[in-house]
Design a protein around this ligand. Structure first.
Ligand code: NDP
Length: 326
């Protein structure tokens, strides 16, 4: 059921987002621009259809008749947005996920990939986090609407696989970053937020202020690396899909200070860097295991080093400042 026989139609929801655009780059690099041979890739945005609406979603499936689906669309947001609208994060993600997963089954899609996140795991799960601890305890209360919807997505995909043998697989990325990220200071994850802050500090001749001590450790993954994993999941033989879900994390943990240093270097920022220790650090580390990923990906798969990934994200942000989400 993997890539290759010709005539495949790959439908990517959330195709305009950080990960969707990365997948587009990977496809273009792998298949030489307009998809080689007779396979077709369709990258969707919310302008193509509101996936919360079943009928609009069904029309998309009817129009494109996908053989493969990568479902990346989600209502995502920062801590405050999540806390202020648990209903919205729960319902909108449940609606989109229920529509897309059930349509993948009804339209006999050969293989579909769904997207969870390491941030929906129980805070109490032992480290390193493994795929099987997802449901072992409740999620953190701050994002439980989003987290519970993502957890139900894992259940639904797994139930279809058990009951109907559908080749439905979930990926569980850690912190992704790269071009087309959301750089809005209220909503952004740590890397895009720090890139934006450093950029403003440089423009305004002000110190670059990093929240917290800089000591916490995190695993980051450049968006194109996650896209390479998705591409491999689509290409691989059915026999290699021995897991229902798979963490997508890099090998190395990096401190927030290492992130800030890489941004300073990429931005060629010459001013003062300050750590605001009055701001909370969060947990010191939340290591996730990449054992399944390592067993699955080709041995020569090497994630892009943090410094290089950050350099590319900084270049993109500076070149696209006007159109970037910020
Ligand atoms: P983005 O915010 O960059 O993109 C979200 C995408 O979803 C956009 O293409 C958006 O379309 C689309 N979308 C949102 N609402 C709807 C809707 N109602 N109907 C149709 N399309 C919609 O997200 P990312 O690329 O960062 O995330 C992709 C996936 O990865 C998500 O499932 C997310 O949960 C997951 N993830 C992300 C991580 C990260 O660090 N970024 C970490 C772990 C998991 P439009 O552009 O038109 O608004």
């Amino acid at each position: 059921n993997g890539v290759g026989g010709g005539g495949e139609v790959y439908l990517v929801t959330g195709g305009s987002g950080l990960l969707g655009q990365a997948l587009k780059r990977v496809v273009e690099a792998s298949e030489g621009g307009a998809a080689k041979g007779s396979s077709k890739w369709v990258f969707l945005s919310s302008k193509d259809a509101d996936l919360r609406d079943y009928e609009s979603s069904r029309r998309l499936f009817d129009k494109h008749r996908p053989t493969h689906v990568v479902h990346l669309a989600a209502k995502v947001g920062g801590l405050f947005a999540n806390m202020a609208d648990q209903v919205g994060f729960f319902r909108q993600n449940m609606q989109m996920n229920d529509n897309i997963v059930s349509l993948c089954h009804d339209y006999k899609v050969k293989r579909a990939i769904f997207c969870l996140s390491t941030c929906v795991f129980p805070p109490s799960a032992p480290m390193p986090l493994t795929e099987d601890s997802l449901h072992s305890a409740p999620p953190h209360p701050s994002n439980e609407g989003y987290a519970n919807a993502k957890r139900m997505l894992e259940c639904l995909a797994r139930y279809y696989r058990q009951q109907y043998n559908d080749e439905f697989v979930c990926i569980i990325p850690t912190n992704l970053y790269g071009p087309n990220d959301n750089f809005n200071l209220e909503e952004a994850h740590v890397i895009p937020a720090l890139i934006h802050k450093c950029y403003l500090a440089q423009q305004d001749n002000q110190p670059f202020v990093v929240s917290g001590s800089g000591k916490p450790l995190r695993q980051f993954l450049y968006s194109d690396d996650c896209a390479r994993i998705i591409y491999e999941l689509l290409r691989t033989s059915s026999e290699k899909l021995t897991f229902n879900s798979m963490m997508c994390v890099g090998d190395t943990e990096h401190s927030i200070k290492q992130v800030a240093d890489a941004i300073v270097s990429a931005m060629e920022f010459k001013g003062e860097v300050k750590y605001d220790t009055s701001k909370a650090d969060g947990v010191y580390k939340k290591t996730a295991s990449n054992a399944i990923l390592r067993g699955f990906m080709p041995k020569d798969f090497t994630p892009i080093p943090l410094e290089e990934g950050i350099r590319r994200a900084v270049v993109w942000f500076k070149d696209n400042f006007d159109k970037a989400r910020r």
